[in-house]
Design a protein around this ligand. Sequence first.
Ligand code: SAH
Length: 456
Amino acid sequence: MSRDLPVKKNEEYILTIENMGINGEGIGRIEGYTLFISGAIPEEKVRIKVIKINKNYGYGKLMEIIEPSPYRVEPFCPYSTRCGGCQLQHLNYKAQLDYKTRLVKDAMERIAKIYDLKIHPTIGMDDLLGYRNKAQFPVGLVRDSLAIGFYAPRSHDIIDMDTCFIQHGINDDIIHIIRQFIKEYDISIYDEIKHRGIIRHIVTKVGFKSGQVMVIIVTNGSSLPHKDKLIDMLRNSIPGICSIVQNINREKTNVILGNKNITLWGKDYIVDTIGEFKFKISPLSFFQVNPVQTEILYKKALEFANLTGNEIVVDAYSGIGTISLFLAKNAKKVYSVEVVKEAGEDAKENARINDINNVEFIQGESEVVIPKLVEDGLKIDVAVVDPPRKGCDARLLDALIKANPERIVYVSCNPATLARDLRYLWDRGYKAGEVQPVDMFPFTTHVETVVLMSRV
Ligand code: SAH
C-alpha cells in the first residue's frame, strides 16, 4: 500500500504546518499527503519523522522546529507536554481564540454544509490563570509511589503534580493535605486494573464569588479509615471549606462519581453567585466550570432569546436551573427539564432562594419530557437547549419543530454535534442567524458556542 505514497514510515521530512486539527495537532502536507503532527503549529517549518501511515493521511513526530511560528509561546506549566489537560499552551492566546472560531466555522461548513454564516470572533477572557472552579484529580500508584494529578493524553497514566495553573489556587493546598493524609495514615489507593484499594479520585468545587469550598473523596466502597483526621486536617488548613463529602463509586468505570454521597462534615452543597442570582450546587450537579465566562455566555443566550415578558419558554438540559432563572425574569413561564435528580432538586431550591415563581421544573430526559408536553398542547415561544457533548436527541428536535417556537437558542460544547443538529433544524424550517463562540476553556481545544436559530 505504502509504495505509492509520497512518505515512508520512519523516514524524516521537512515541511511547513498549514493548519490545526480538532485535537490541536499541526497539519502539513508532503506532495498533497496529509500529516498530523502533535505539538507543531501553523506557519512553522519543522523536521518530522513519520510514525504511522494510513491510505489518506498519516502521523508524524515533531523532531525539530526549524523556524518557529509567530504564534508560538513558551508554555507556563512544567507538565504541559505530558499532561492531557491542556493542548494549546504553546499557542498565544489570540491564536487560540482564532483557532476556536475556525473550529466552529469548519464544523458548520464540513458537517452542516452551511456556508456564509455570521460567526463572531470567539470571546476570550482577561485573567487566564486559575479560571476553573471544578477539579477532578485521579489518585493512583505510579511505580509504587503515590500519584495525584491528571491523566496523560489519551491514557490513564497519572502524571503526579503539585500544581495546576488553570485550577483555582486553593486546589494546591487541598492536594497537599490529602497527600499528607494518605502517607501519614497509609490509606490504600485504588488500582484500576485489579479494581482494589480505596481512594479513586479527589473532586473539588470552589465558589469563585462566595469563596466556599467542597472537597469530595471518591472511594471504592464505604470504608475510609481515619476520616476524622482527614476532616481535621482539611478544616485546619483550607480557608472557605464548608463541605467534605465521601462519594462511593464501586463500579469498574471511567465515570468519576458514583451515585451515593455521605456528607462527612459541613453542608452537602456549596453556594455561588452568577450575576444577580445565587445557586446551590450539590456534588452530582453540573455547574459551568468557568464562572467568569459563564456570565458572558448566559448574557448572549438571553440576548438571543430576546424575551419581552410574555413568552412561554422551554429550557432543556437545564442543570441546576441557572439559565432557567435568567430566562424566567423576562418570560411569562419557563419549563426547565433536567435528567439528574440531585441537579433538579438544586434547581427548585435555587428558584426558591432567588424568589422566582414562574419556573416549572421537570425531572426526566428532555427527549421524553418535552415531546409529551408538546403532545399535551404546550405552546412554546422560545426554546433554549444546552445538551452534553453528544448533542440533542432527534426526538427532542422533532418535538420542538412540531411546537414551532419563533426562536431556538442552542448552547453547545461540541461544534460537531451542534453542526449536525443545526442541519437537522435548518432542513425543517429554522435558519441560523448569529453564531457566538465563547472561550470557556482557555489552553484546551474545547469551545462553547451559542447560536440563534429563527423560524423562517
Ligand atoms: N444549562 C445548564 C446545564 C448544561 S450541562 C448550565 O448551563 O449549567 C448539560 C446538562 O444536561 C447536565 O446537567 C446533564 O445532567 C443534563 N442532561 C444530560 N442528558 C440529558 C437528557 N437526556 N435530558 C435532560 N437533561 C440531560
